[in-house]
Each structure stands twice: as C-alpha cells, then as structure tokens.
Design a protein around this ligand. Structure first.
Ligand code: ADP
Length: 336
C-alpha cells in the first residue's frame, strides 16, 4: 500500500474484536473540482482482528504503514503529535501498547457516541445500508433522512447495548444485557469444543435446536396452547429437554447444541430489544455488532422475536456494515 494515499485510520478495540477503518485513495485516486471544492476520490477500507491476537493487528498496521495516517494535534505540553482516533474499552486498555510499539497516540472517542455516529453516517450516506429479514427474504429499506429519529440501536458485541437515538449526538443508553456475542462464543466453546466463532457458526448451521429445546408441544403432548397463542413449536424452555432426557452433554450432537445456543441468545436479545422499544414507543430497531455477521438464522430469529412480541408493530432492521459501527463513528469524528 502506498502510505501517501492512506489517511484517517480509526480503531474500535472491543472485548473480542479490533475493528479498523481507514481511507485509501489507492489506485483510483483522482482529485476533481466540484463547485470550486476539491474532492478526493477513494474508498473506505475495513479490517478486523481478534483482540486476543492484538500483535497481528499491530503488525498489519506496521506493514501497511497505517500508523502515519492520523492527524497532527497539540499534546498536553502544546507539542504537535500524530493522533489516531480510537474508541472501545481497548482505547484505554491498550493505549500504552500502541504508543510503545507503533508510536501511535490515541485521540479517544466515547464508545456510545461512536456507535451512534457510525449508524447515523451509514443511514444518511450509504445507499441500501439498512434491510429487513423476514421469512427468508432480505428487503432493503429506504430511509427518509427527515424521518430517521427516534430509533433504537441494539449493538450486539461481546455484551449488548441498547441506545435510544433522537438525533445527531442525541442519544441515551437505556438498557443492555450481558448475554451477548461473548456469551454465545464462550458457552459455545465450552459446550462444543469449537475453537472459533466461524466453526461454531458452521456447526449451528447443521444443527436442530428442537433436539434440546423443550417446546410447547413437548409439554402439551404435541398440541398448541392456543388459548394464549402459543403454537406447539414455540420454545417453552431453551435447553429444557436436557433435564428430562437423562442424557449427558456427550449424548448430544455439538451442532444441535450450537443451534440451540444461537437461538437462545438471539431470541433473548430480540425480546429485550422489543420491550425497550415498547418502553419508549420506538417503532424502528436497528441491530448491529459483529455477532450478527449477516447470518440468516440469527437475523431471522431476532426478526421473528420482534415481530412476535410486538404483534407486527415494531420492525427489526439490520445494517450491511453492522460490525464496524463504532470504528466508522470514530472515523467520521475526524471531521468534528
Ligand atoms: P466487541 O466490540 O465487544 O468486541 P463486536 O461487535 O466486535 O464486539 O462483536 C464481538 C462478537 O462477534 C463476538 O463475541 C462473537 O460473538 C462475534 N464474532 C463475529 N465474528 C467473530 C470472529 N471472527 N471472532 C470472534 N468473534 C466473532
């Protein structure tokens, strides 16, 4: 990569993943004049690394000479230094490491502010960013910029944050849950011996949650509990069959365990999101965070949960750049 064409590196260092966004005028660099203003063409680049393998991230930055792509600003003593925008807990935890290994100083951006900034940026500037996923159908949603707020942002990272967004820079973290992507990955590793998130997802793809989940039909002898609107296939108790079968973990197929786990986490988040949307009368819920990874089963489970609990009133929407919300928000804050 030509370092002169790279600029504005921004990092989001989370509990599980480090996300990088930077601008590259690489290859298709051109400068043109529009209304007397100079416009530099290029593209945004995205990269991610596991936080536990932070050395790989440092090496990537060093190899691609990204550490020179911040902005000069005065430090506490008034000397100009190169600063890079960084958000997430790791912007605090690893600040010394980045300074020592790469000479990078972090200009820290608030995590929630970056998430909201990232979503607003995407919804206002990137066409076909938001979409719904129901009954196996992905449908892009036209967002009217004048009718964007309020909405609920549910960011599913290691943990989950739920943020009510009322405008640019106007937001409140109203709820969250510790049962998030980290729980799926952590429990999944313990229960299935999978080594990675991708392996766990692949497993879950081939599994059947009904082998382990206790369904309404299992309790009602195969029939619906129609009086209160529960079909026989509704899950009455996640992992509930494991108590009655007298089986050990080894007796279950790991793919069925992975599937149940994914369903349990996704369902629970969908339900808590809906309850919070209800609390504040919000009709639109955007789901982000790397847990989703564009996975149809995850999106379908979340959408069905929101649809079911809201009786079709609220809508779950997803974002194409779901995993990079915080990093994009930090990136856009170079303009502030
Ligand atoms: P954080 O900022 O807390 O690290 P992210 O939005 O990056 O949160 O999401 C992290 C979650 O994404 C993990 O807990 C896991 O469920 C999921 N995930 C997706 N892809 C990966 C991956 N390649 N490695 C680890 N976790 C992944």
């Amino acid at each position: 990569m030509d370092p002169t064409q790279i600029s504005h590196l921004a990092l989001d260092i989370g509990g599980t993943l480090i996300k990088l966004v930077y601008f590259s005028a690489n290859g298709d660099y051109s400068e043109e004049s529009r209304n007397g203003c100079s416009v530099v063409k290029g593209r945004l680049c995205f990269a991610k690394f596991e936080t536990r393998k932070i050395d790989d991230c440092l090496e990537f930055i060093r190899f691609n000479i990204l550490h020179h792509s911040g902005v000069q600003q005065p430090n506490d003593e008034g000397h100009d230094k190169l600063y890079v925008k960084a958000t997430g807990g790791g912007a605090f935890k690893f600040a010394d490491l980045f300074k020592e290994k790469l000479g990078i100083l972090f200009d820290k951006e608030d995590e929630m502010c970056s998430l909201v900034g990232g979503v607003n940026f995407l919804l206002k500037t990137v066409p076909r960013e938001a979409f719904t996923y129901l009954d196996g159908q992905k449908k892009f949603v036209e967002i009217d910029h004048n009718d964007l707020y309020p909405y609920l942002l549910v960011n599913i990272g290691s943990g989950v944050s739920m943020i009510k967004v009322d405008g640019d820079g106007k937001y409140e973290r109203i709820s969250g849950t510790s049962l998030g992507g980290g729980t799926f990955l952590g429990l999944g590793k313990l229960l299935t011996k999978c080594k990675s998130f991708d392996e766990l997802l692949e497993l879950s793809h081939h599994g059947n949650n009904r082998v382990i989940d206790m369904l309404v039909g299992d309790i009602y002898g195969g029939t619906d509990y129609s009086k209160i609107g529960l079909s026989s296939t509704a899950i009455a108790s996640s992992f509930g069959k494991a108590i009655s079968d007298g089986k050990e973990l080894e007796d279950y197929q790991p793919e069925d365990v992975a599937r149940s786990l994914l369903r349990m986490i996704s369902n629970n988040i969908g339900q808590i999101a809906y309850l919070n949307a209800l609390r504040f009368g919000l009709k639109r819920i955007f789901f982000g965070g790397f847990f989703i990874r564009g996975l149809e089963y995850t999106m379908d489970t979340i959408s069905v949960a929101v649809h079911f609990w809201s009786r079709g009133e609220a809508k779950a929407m997803f974002l194409r750049h779901e995993g990079f919300l915080g990093a994009l928000g930090a990136f856009t804050s170079y303009n502030d």
